[in-house]
Ligand binder design. Structure first.
Ligand code: KIV
Length: 273
């Protein structure tokens, strides 16, 4: 069976993502944080690979995305960029690397592009980060926005619940999305908001809207790769569909390895020199 990369589908660029939206082709996105997984994700035909700051949770074991540093993000992102041939590689600017001012935001974005080999950055927030978005885009760096549940603001929200159910928050989100689109963001991620609102945003803005827990009326979907492969079995939000139970497969395989080593069944005669 030939993979997407073997079939030489064209490299995904920001322009190609926009064309996909225009012709109604949905955009398939996943996260990745390491070389081996990123290669599999790319070969499977994903369009957009995000080195998310969710690495703080799923790779570094933190309870929030706040502790991960720019240096750590660059290490994860460099491994992913080396593996990916077709998808666009987008890297999150972590908490504390852009909120200070737009000069700091640009410096962080430049580090991610130069040191990790990223093709674009993602940044959380709306009106509050307008100047940073403008400055980064004017330096030639594609920017993906992120609205709705923005996990870097968990201490402000106090919960990972659905955002923008109230009219005022929904109106702000819509204005923020219009603003990010007009500044030239190449995409906007909408996380955990009512599907009706997400669909409205996708209809109003010209850039692709990628949803996670935002329903089917948007231009693409993103999930965290460990979650959709069933490696984080204690994380069960309503929006998550599990495509495999790799946690079970890994546990069972590791158990057999332990048993084989203890029983001196591994290595056997053909597995040694
Ligand atoms: O960090 C991340 O994985 C994300 C996705 C959930 C969109 O921002």
């Amino acid at each position: 069976m030939s993979t997407y990369t073997e079939s030489k589908l064209p490299k995904v660029t920001t322009a190609r993502l926009r064309e996909m939206k225009q012709r109604g082709e949905k955009i398939a996105c996943l996260t990745a944080y390491d070389y081996t997984t990123a290669r599999l994700v790319d070969e499977a035909g994903l369009d957009f690979i995000l080195v998310g700051d969710s690495a703080s949770n799923v790779m570094a074991g933190n309870t929030t995305t706040l502790p991960i540093t720019l240096d750590e993000m660059i290490i994860y992102a460099r491994s992913v960029a080396k593996a990916v041939k077709r998808a666009i590689v987008v890297v999150d600017l972590p908490f504390g690397s852009y909120q200070g001012n737009s000069k700091e935001a640009l410096a962080s974005a430049i580090r991610v592009m130069k040191e990790a080999g990223a093709e674009a950055i993602k940044i959380e927030g709306g009106e509050e980060i307008r100047e940073s978005v403008e400055r980064i885009i004017s330096a030639g760096i594609p920017v993906c926005g992120h609205l709705g549940l923005t996990p870097q603001s968990i201490n402000k929200f106090g919960t990972y619940g659905v955002r923008a159910r109230e009219e005022a928050e929904a109106a702000k989100l819509l204005n923020d999305a219009r603003m990010l689109d007009s500044l030239g963001c190449f995409a906007i991620v909408l996380e955990k908001i009512p599907s009706e609102l997400a669909e409205r945003v996708a209809k109003e803005v010209s850039c692709p809207v990628i949803g996670i827990g935002a329903g089917s009326g948007v231009d693409g979907q993103i999930l965290v790769v460990q979650d959709m492969l069933g490696m984080n079995t204690d994380f069960k939000p309503k929006f998550l569909r599990r495509y495999a139970e790799l946690g079970d497969v890994i546990r069972e395989s590791l158990g057999r390895y332990v048993a084989d080593v203890k029983a001196v069944d591994f290595p056997n005669a053909s597995e040694q020199y």
